[in-house]
Design a protein around this ligand. Structure first.
Ligand SMILES: NC(=O)c1ccc[n+]([C@@H]2O[C@H](COP(=O)([O-])OP(=O)(O)OC[C@H]3O[C@@H](n4cnc5c(N)ncnc54)[C@H](O)[C@@H]3O)[C@@H](O)[C@H]2O)c1
Length: 358
C-alpha cells in the first residue's frame, strides 16, 4: 500500500503559520476517531522541538514520546527494533499515528517503521531540519542504512500530512543549515533555473528570513514525485550528486569518527557530477564554473579519504544502477537534467581527482 490514508483530502503538505489551523483540525479529527499519537524524536528534537509542537497543538499533550539516538549512524535496524518494541509494548493499534518530529533521519526511519508495523500505520512528518523540510520529509521515500549501505532497506509510503514550520530552524546548527542548503541547490539545478538565480544571492544563513524558498522547493519536489512516485524515470533527476555522494557518505559513516553530513556528501557528489556533465552532456565550461563556485562557496571543501576499490564497491551497490552499470543523473544546463547516463569508470575517478585538486 503506497498511500497513507488521508480521507479528508487535506493537502499533502501544510505550511506554518498559515496552515496551523488546518493541521490542528486534522489532528483533532484523528483523535476524535480514536487515533493514538506516538511522537518520534531524537535527543535534539526532544530538547528543542517537542514542547514547541505540543504548545502549537495541545491535542498532542500527554501522548507517547519515543526517543531514539540522533544521527545517521543510528538510522539502523537496531533503532527500528526499539521503535517497534515500544509501539508493541504500548499496544499501538492499526489506527495509531507516528508523528516523526526531526530531521531526515527521523522522517526516514519513522516512515519506515510505521510502514511495516502491523502492515502499516499512519505517519505524519514534521521536519525540523532544513534538509528535512526541502527534501527528506517530502515524496514518500522511507528507509534505513544496512550492511554499510545508505538507504538500502526502505519503502514508498506517503505521510498522511507533512507539516513544515520553518520556526524550528531557530535551533538548528550552522553545519546542518549548510547541509540542507546543498539539497536546495540540487533541486534548483535539476528543475528550476529561477530558483537557482534566487539562490545565487542567498547563503544558508539567509533562509530563516526567506522561508518562501522552502515552500518553492517543496512544490518542485512534489510536482516531480507526483509524476513518477516509484522512480521509473523523471524522479531520477533528484539523484543528481547522489551517486558519488552516497558512496562518499557511506564510506565516511563506516570509517570516520565524525561522519560527513548528508548534504555535505551531496555537495561533493554534485561538484564531481557537474564536472562529469561538462564532459558527457555538454554542460558549458562557464556554467560548470558558476555551479562549482557556488557549491564550494557555501559548502566548503572536504578532504576525500575514499579510495578506488572501496569506492567502486559502494558505487556498485547503488540502488540506482541497472545491472552492473553505474547510473548517473547529469546536467545539460541549469534547470535541465538527464538521467540514466552511463560512462567509463575512469571518468568517475577523474572527477574525484578534479575535486581533490580544487
Ligand atoms: N527520504 C528522502 O527522500 C530523503 C531525501 C534526502 C535525504 N534523506 C535522508 O535525510 C537524512 C539527513 O537528514 P538531516 O540532515 O535532517 O539529518 P538529521 O535527521 O540527522 O538531523 C540533523 C541533526 O540536527 C538535529 N536537529 C534536527 N532538527 C533540529 C532542530 N530544529 N534544532 C536542533 N537540532 C535539530 C538532529 O537531531 C541531528 O542531530 C539522511 O539520512 C538522508 O539519507 C532522505
Amino acid at each position: 500500500m503506497l498511500k497513507s490514508d488521508n480521507p479528508e483530502s487535506f493537502p499533502s503538505c501544510l505550511f506554518a503559520p498559515d496552515d496551523r489551523d488546518a493541521f490542528n483540525h486534522y489532528l483533532v479529527k484523528k483523535k476524535l476517531s480514536g487515533c493514538r499519537f506516538f511522537i518520534l524524536v531524537d535527543k535534539n528534537t526532544k530538547k528543542h522541538c517537542v514542547d514547541k509542537l505540543i504548545h502549537s497543538f495541545p491535542v498532542l499533550e500527554n501522548q507517547n514520546i519515543i526517543k531514539v539516538p540522533a544521527g545517521e549512524e543510528n538510522k539502523t535496524l537496531d533503532t527500528c527494533v526499539h521503535i517497534w518494541e515500544t509501539l508493541a509494548k504500548e499496544y499501538a493499534e492499526r489506527n495509531s499515528m507516528l508523528i516523526n518530529l526531526g530531521g531526515g533521519v527521523i522522517t526516514d526511519i519513522g516512515g519506515f517503521t510505521a510502514s511495516v508495523y502491523k502492515r502499516g500505520i499512519l505517519h505524519c512528518n514534521v521536519p525540523t531540519s532544513l534538509l528535512g523540510m526541502v527534501d527528506a520529509a517530502i515524496g514518500a521515500k522511507t528507509g534505513i542504512d544496512f550492511a554499510g549501505l545508505k538507504n538500502i532497506l526502505g519503502t514508498f509510503r506517503h505521510a498522511g500530512i507533512t507539516y513544515v514550520d520553518p520556526a524550528f530552524l531557530q535551533t538548528l546548527g550552522d553545519d546542518h543549515m549548510r547541509s540542507g542548503f546543498a539539497e536546495l541547490l540540487k533541486i534548483a539545478l535539476v528543475a528550476d533555473k529561477e530558483l537557482w538565480l534566487q539562490l545565487q544571492n542567498l547563503h544558508y544563513k539567509d533562509i530563516p528570513g526567506n522561508t518562501d524558498i522552502i515552500a518553492e522547493a517543496v512544490k518542485l519536489k512534489e510536482k516531480i514525485v507526483d509524476k513518477d512516485l516509484l522512480e521509473h524515470g523523471l524522479r531520477k533527476i533528484l539523484n543528481f550528486g547522489h551517486t558519488i555522494g552516497h558512496a562518499v557518505e557511506s564510506f565516511s559513516i563506516e570509517h570516520d569518527k565524525k561522519p560527513l553530513l548528508h548534504g555535505d556528501a551531496v555537495a561533493i557528489g554534485m561538484i564531481c557530477e557537474t564536472w562529469i556533465s561538462n564532459k558527457v552532456t555538454g554542460l558549458p565550461d562557464a556554467v560548470m564554473k558558476q555551479i562549482i563556485d557556488k557549491i564550494v562557496g557555501v559548502s566548503g571543501k572536504f578532504k576525500l579519504k575514499i579510495k578506488g576499490k572501496e569506492f567502486m564497491r559502494m558505487l556498485h551497490n547503488d540502488k540506482k544502477n541497472a545491472g552492473s552499470k553505474i547510473m548517473f543523473t547529469l546536467l545539460k544546463s541549469i534547470g535541465e537534467a538527464s538521467f540514466d547516463n552511463h560512462f567509463d569508470d575512469n571518468l568517475i575517478f577523474d572527477s574525484l581527482k578534479f575535486y581533490s585538486n580544487l
